[in-house]
Design a protein around this ligand. Structure first.
Ligand SMILES: Nc1ncnc2c1ncn2[C@@H]1O[C@H](COP(=O)(O)OS(=O)(=O)O)[C@@H](OP(=O)(O)O)[C@H]1O
Ligand SMILES: Nc1ncnc2c1ncn2[C@@H]1O[C@H](COP(=O)(O)OP(=O)(O)O)[C@@H](O)[C@H]1O
Length: 222
């Protein structure tokens, strides 16, 4: 694994400073490498990054994909925006800065899971292109698989399972993605999920589309 830029700690363990060129800390290489871990579980670690509007079906796809991979004997783990915001990112809101930090942290965790050999499924709105691209840059390009839930705002708003669009339209939530905060669609995603003839693919079909990609690109074998 590549040594990243890092945080410096004093001998008592408290944080001293954050810097891009750390001093006095050293990368410690493990004696067991990624290839050995992957051979053990016969798969290639990667990140499947699912992006799209609230209500576009990110969590539904993440769950369905996770289940399908599990049934094929493949190890995967879901990092869902809503869930991660209950723990690791509970101190973050929805300002542009907080969203960027939310995505950065999840990107770093996803990178660790991929290094462990897992197929890490990250499902977050991740509305800003530069933040998603920064996560892509944390991995070798092929190991970051961006899945765009290309559902119209109309579809998402019609679904509105949590009633958040209604609140946003009523002005009771400020800065809601797609209403008064931007969503920047990917320019070069690996996979696009979209309606055909006005019909949305089923969760099973959406997962199938991603599994086919993983299979064709060698991720389901070491
Ligand atoms: N202002 C605003 N904008 C968008 N979404 C909001 C907002 N406030 C709360 N929520 C709820 O938070 C969920 C999105 O969290 P994420 O971590 O995926 O968002 S982000 O990637 O940091 O933009 C999102 O969940 P999903 O509907 O599953 O996408 C919403 O339920
Ligand atoms: N492919 C689909 N077909 C029909 N309904 C769907 C589909 N995917 C998601 N839904 C429904 O749309 C709503 C939002 O889905 P969800 O996965 O929670 O979206 P997100 O995680 O992007 O907010 C849920 O009620 C879900 O059951």
């Amino acid at each position: 694994m590549e040594p990243p830029h890092s945080v410096s700690f004093n001998p008592k363990g408290s944080m001293m400073s954050v810097m891009s060129n750390p001093t006095n800390i050293f990368w410690h290489e493990s004696t067991v490498g990624k290839t050995e871990r992957q051979n053990l579980i016969n798969q290639q670690g990667c990140v499947v990054w699912i992006t799209g509007l609230s209500g576009s079906g990110k969590s539904t796809l993440a769950c369905s994909l996770n289940r399908e991979l599990h049934s094929r004997g493949k190890l995967s783990y879901v990092l869902d925006g809503d869930n991660v915001r209950h723990g690791l990112n509970k101190n973050l809101g929805f300002s542009p800065e907080d969203r960027t930090e939310n995505i950065r942290r999840v990107g770093e965790v996803a990178k660790l899971f991929a290094d462990a050999g897992l197929i890490c499924i990250a499902s977050l709105i991740s509305p800003y292109r530069k933040d998603r691209d920064a996560c892509r840059a944390m991995l070798t390009d092929a190991n970051f698989i961006e899945v765009f839930m290309n559902m119209s705002l109309e579809v998402c708003e019609r679904r509105d399972p949590k009633g958040l669009y209604k609140l946003a339209r009523a002005g009771k939530i400020k800065g809601f993605t797609g209403i008064d905060d931007p969503y920047e669609p990917p320019l070069n995603c690996e996979i696009m999920i979209e309606e055909k003839d006005g019909v949305c693919p089923t969760p099973c079909d959406m997962a199938g589309q991603v599994v086919s990609y993983l299979d064709e690109n060698g991720f389901l074998h070491a």
